[in-house]
Design a protein around this ligand. Structure first.
Ligand code: PEP
Ligand code: MG
Length: 554
């Protein structure tokens, strides 16, 4: 397959992460180990069980050691992987399968495949974690069969890493000084590959159609701005792309987010846990525009107590004295299921009891959270704003804002993630103190395309003019009411799209900390007038690709 296409110039499309263009030879990730054959096991069951136990323990130790070396987000995920390998329920399941006549390899494979399927069924947040489970499985089987664990290639010269998808364990082992770019056939803008690429400021294109056919040694041109990978590009094409990229001097301006005419556009960070605060500040975040509080709730049987929540929120708020921190109350349901939320089984959870609806149906949980946020706000010097996820209309807006005020939370807003609230933005902003546009969900609901489904990934593009027109409705309502309009979806991390969003009326942007510097740089190339002119042009485009191309032509 690889050899057949080798040397032929071709272009593959995917989702670009980060910024820039680079060219280099490909090194592929080693292929995954084959599925262990299901032959009946007739040997000594307890010896086979011990073999499996040992392999699990060795994998766990190896993952813990890597976690200790990794730091950052990768450390959290590697520790989570080590915990998976340490799960007594998993060990029991494997032992039972061996007792029923499976080899250790097959038992490990089947037990972890079951876990993987469970994660897949839970939706995007958890589905992205299923790659980690697959990785643990490969590592245990490699231990059992005595082969090297599949993983990152090593090279003393720079290369473009091409893989199906990357687990954090792989990226942690990479010698980043030799990795020019990442290209994956799987993954989405929210997969680990994308998250880690952003964290490490690596150029990446994920979800690339045709990436599996790129062979070792082929020269590729990876263009993250355009989300395109060109295989065997012409020398002239490489020269032009690289000089375009070099011309865009990658200065790291400091100071506030602002346009060339001095219009301030605060650049805030998206964070999930208090431990993310340091990285956010190091990257120059002017505050937090999206504190995803659900991370404290995920994977628990019961919600955290008010006291525990106060401690958690205080830890984050303390880092942002004098700065804005927008805490989003629990965003649960659909892709973020929580066992303690009372909700009926749903055939279509993305259109079901999620976000503010789920909270309204479980009001004591919301009340506890607002109480904890108010206490943490009062105990620190941060400027605490609160907002509700998945608000669909004016009634839900009024419900949340009234309740937040009851707890003394003075600045209460809502996320615009459902097209109805964008259409009603004027009325919503008559009640809410601010809105924050979640372009990830707004895109999936506008295009009626599940953001979890790989084959529908082409619809999950916030450059789509239909999405941009909804952003404009919200921006216009913000301008008319004089109230802030933030954007906190992944769109805000795309430097050129960030300019368009500001042109459409966004007054602040919240994004992954590592992307702040590029966005800050790009904003300074435009005045408010030129950003508005660009936005006006782009929303007339017939497609997302055309909109992006129009903007990049500037
Ligand atoms: C969004 O939908 O854009 C958003 C920021 O929320 P999340 O990605 O957490 O659903
Ligand atoms: Mg959302």
């Amino acid at each position: 397959m690889h050899e057949a296409a080798m040397g032929l110039r071709r272009t593959c499309r995917g989702v670009g992460v980060g910024r820039g263009v680079i060219a280099g030879p490909v090194l592929r990730m080693q292929d995954p180990l084959p599925e262990p054959i299901d032959v009946p096991f007739t040997g000594d069951v307890s010896a086979e069980q011990s073999r499996a136990t040992l392999a699990l323990a060795q994998t766990r130790t190896e993952l813990r050691e890597r976690a200790a070396r990794a730091g950052g987000h990768a450390q959290d995920v590697l520790e989570a992987q080590a915990l998976m390998a340490d799960d007594p329920a998993l060990a029991e399941d494997i032992a039972a399968r061996i007792a029923s006549g499976k080899t250790a390899e097959r038992a490990v494979y089947e037990a972890l495949a079951t876990v993987q399927q469970m994660f897949m069924n839970l939706g995007e947040y958890m589905a992205a974690r299923s790659t980690d489970v697959g990785d643990v499985c490969q590592r245990v089987i490699a231990r059992l069969t005595g082969v090297p664990a599949p993983g990152a290639p090593e090279s003393s010269t720079p290369f473009v890493l091409v893989a199906q998808d990357l687990a954090p364990a792989d990226t942690v082992l990479l010698d980043l000084s030799q990795v020019l770019a990442l290209v994956t056939s799987g993954g989405s803008a929210t997969s680990h590959t994308a998250i880690l690429a952003r964290e490490k400021s690596l150029i990446a294109v994920v979800g690339v159609d045709g990436a599996d056919d790129i062979a070792d040694g082929e020269l590729v041109l990876v263009d993250a701005d355009a989300g395109v990978v060109t295989i065997a590009p012409a020398a002239k094409q490489v020269r032009t792309a690289l000089s375009r990229s070099a011309a865009r001097i990658r200065v790291s301006p400091s100071g506030p987010g602002e346009l060339a005419d001095g219009t301030l556009v605060p650049l805030l960070a998206n964070v999930g846990t208090p431990s993310n605060a340091i990285a956010a500040l190091e990257h120059g975040a002017e505050g937090v525009g999206l504190f995803r509080t659900e991370f404290l709730f995920l994977g628990r049987r019961r919600p955290p107590s008010v006291a525990e929540q106060v401690e958690h929120y205080t830890e984050l708020l303390e880092e942002f004295a004098g700065k804005r921190v927008v805490a989003r109350v629990l965003d649960a349901g659909a892709d973020k299921p929580l066992s303690f939320l009372r909700s009926p089984a749903e055939a279509n959870p993305a259109l079901g009891m999620r976000g503010i609806r789920a909270l309204q149906a479980n009001e004591p949980i919301l009340r506890d959270q607002l109480e904890a946020l108010a206490a943490a706000g009062a105990a620190t010097e941060a400027e605490l704003w609160v907002m509700a996820p998945m608000v669909a209309d004016v009634e839900e807006t009024a419900y949340f804002v009234t309740l937040a005020r009851e707890f003394g939370l003075q600045t209460a807003g809502v996320m615009v993630e459902v097209p109805s609230s964008a259409v009603l933005a004027g009325q919503v902003l008559g009640i809410a103190d601010f809105v924050s546009i979640g372009t990830n969900d707004l895109t999936q609901y506008t295009l009626a395309a599940d953001r979890l489904q790989g084959p529908l990934a082409r619809f999950q593009d916030p450059w789509h003019p239909a999405v941009l027109r909804l952003v404009k409705l919200v921006g216009d309502a913000g301008l008319a009411s004089g109230r802030p309009v933030g954007v906190c979806g992944e769109a805000a991390a795309d430097p050129m799209l960030a300019v368009v969003l500001v042109g459409l009326g966004a007054t602040s942007l919240s994004l992954a900390p590592a992307a702040i510097s590029d966005v800050r740089h790009q904003l300074r190339q435009f005045t408010l007038e030129s950003a508005r002119a660009l936005a006006a042009e782009v929303i007339g485009a017939p497609s997302a690709a055309a909109a992006r191309a129009m903007a990049l032509a500037h």
